[in-house]
Design a protein around this ligand. Sequence first.
Ligand code: HEM
Ligand code: HEM
Length: 197
Amino acid sequence: MNALVTLPPQSQLAVAPARFDAVSRAFHWISVALIVVLFASAWSLSLARDGEEAAQLLTLHRSLGVTIWVVALARLTWRLRFAVRPPLPRSLPAAQRLAAAVTEGALYVLMLVQPITGLVQSLARGKPFQLFIFEAPRVMARDKPLVSLFHEIHEATAWLLLGLIGLHVAAALFHGLVRRDGVLRSMAPWPARSTRP
Ligand code: HEM
Ligand code: HEM
C-alpha cells in the first residue's frame, strides 16, 4: 500500500518563501515585455516611413496598452488574493522598505492609469480605431482641447512611469549585485535551481 505523506499546513507556513510564486513572476515579466514594446512603439511613431506604417504602430501601441491594463488588473487581483510573496530581508532599513512599497504601489497605479489616459485621448479624436482585430467605435465628436490635454497627461505620466521603472530596476540591481540578498532572485523568471541531485 502506498503511504501518501503530506505536511500539515502550519509546517508549510513555518518557513518564509524565498521566491514569488510562478504566476506572480509570469505576470511581472509579461508586464515588463509589454511595457518595453509600448514605449518602443510610441517612440518609433515619428520614424514611420508613411501614414500606413504609423497607423500600424499606433494600433499595436493601443492594443498592447489595453492588454497591459487587463494584465495589471488580473495581476493586482492575484496579488491581493492568492500570491506567495517573500518578505524583504530583515536587515533592510525601514526607509528602503518604505521606498520599495511606495515605488511598487505607484507602478501598479500607473499601469492602470496610463492606458486610460491613452484611451481617452484616442476616443476624443472622434474617429473609430483598431484594437487588435476589433474596432473601437466613435463615441464622441472630435474634441481638440481634450485631445491636447490628454496627450499632455499621457506623455507626462509616461515619463513618470519611466522614472519609477528606472528607480525600481536600479534598486533590483543593487539587491542583486551589491547586497546579494536574494531579492532579485525572488522575481527571476526561471524556475528555482534544485539543490537535489
Ligand atoms: C501602460 C500603457 C501605455 C504606455 C506606457 C504608453 C506610452 C506612450 C508614450 C511614451 C507615448 C508618446 C508620448 C509623446 O511623447 O507624445 C504615447 C503616445 C500615445 N499613446 Fe500611449 N501608452 C500606453 C497606453 C496607451 C493606450 C491604451 C492607448 C489607447 C487606447 C494609447 C494611445 C496613445 C496615443 C493616441 C498616443 C499619441 C500618439 C501620437 O503622437 O499620435 N496609449 N503613449
Ligand atoms: C517595466 C518594468 C517593471 C515594472 C512595471 C515592474 C513592476 C514591479 C512591481 C509592481 C513589483 C511588485 C510585485 C508585488 O509585490 O506584487 C515588482 C517587484 C519586483 N521587481 Fe519589477 N518591474 C519592472 C522591471 C523589473 C526589472 C527589469 C527587474 C530586474 C532587474 C525587476 C525586479 C523586481 C524584483 C526583484 C521585485 C521584487 C521586489 C520585492 O520583493 O519587493 N523588475 N516589480
